[in-house]
Design a protein around this ligand. Sequence first.
Ligand SMILES: [Zn+2]
Length: 243
Amino acid sequence: MNMAGRKSKLLKWGKRILLPIVAFHALTQINNWSVNSYYSHFPFRQQFKEIAGFPIRGGVMEIEGLTSANVNELAEIIFKERSERDFSLGDLTIESDNYQDRSFIEQMVGIFGSHYTGWCWGDNIGLKKGNIHGLTHEIKHKKSYEIMNDDPEFLERWMDLSRDEDGDSMYIHHDYFSWASTRSRCIESLVCEDEDSDDLRDGFISGYAKTIIYEDIAELCANVEENPALFNSLLFGEKRNSR
Ligand SMILES: [Zn+2]
């Protein structure tokens, strides 16, 4: 078989494999759009949009199945974050466990990450159903992206705080491509468990914060928000005790 024949055969096989995948994903997106359009008129979703300023998306199990404790937690986080510094958001998605029920962004996040509990991508935030409290971390991402847009020097100044004695960056990755290519997962460890770890000595709130500057910012800011007492003791504890 000549080169042109091989190429044509490969293309045919490529189409046979790709077409069903594309067709399947197109159907999932039609399904996702239909579900969210239909249920957007349900009372809770309408009230949420009025109060939060952005819609909440997801299947009936994910949204109408939220407990009142979940709803209170979401409302409290959004109110607190808005009162400290406002932010804009396209929507908040509570992610389904079923791949076929997810939006395209959720499907992509699912492919490139496995143990993630939340994500912030562009103007969208997604949360696993059991990780409502992770909204704080994701909003910190969103806010920090907005600050970076307004003030390009912000990232440089933060980076200057994260260099070793030789002036080299202490982060494991320097861009999201490198971070994703090693399949680092978005495990949002919001509490620092080991105060004597190298991470703390190096100036990072957790090992996860050390992976990339963007996670450091979100991780640290969420930690300050959620555990101000712990952060205070980390920052001032030793000095106060040594008095
Ligand atoms: Zn994160």
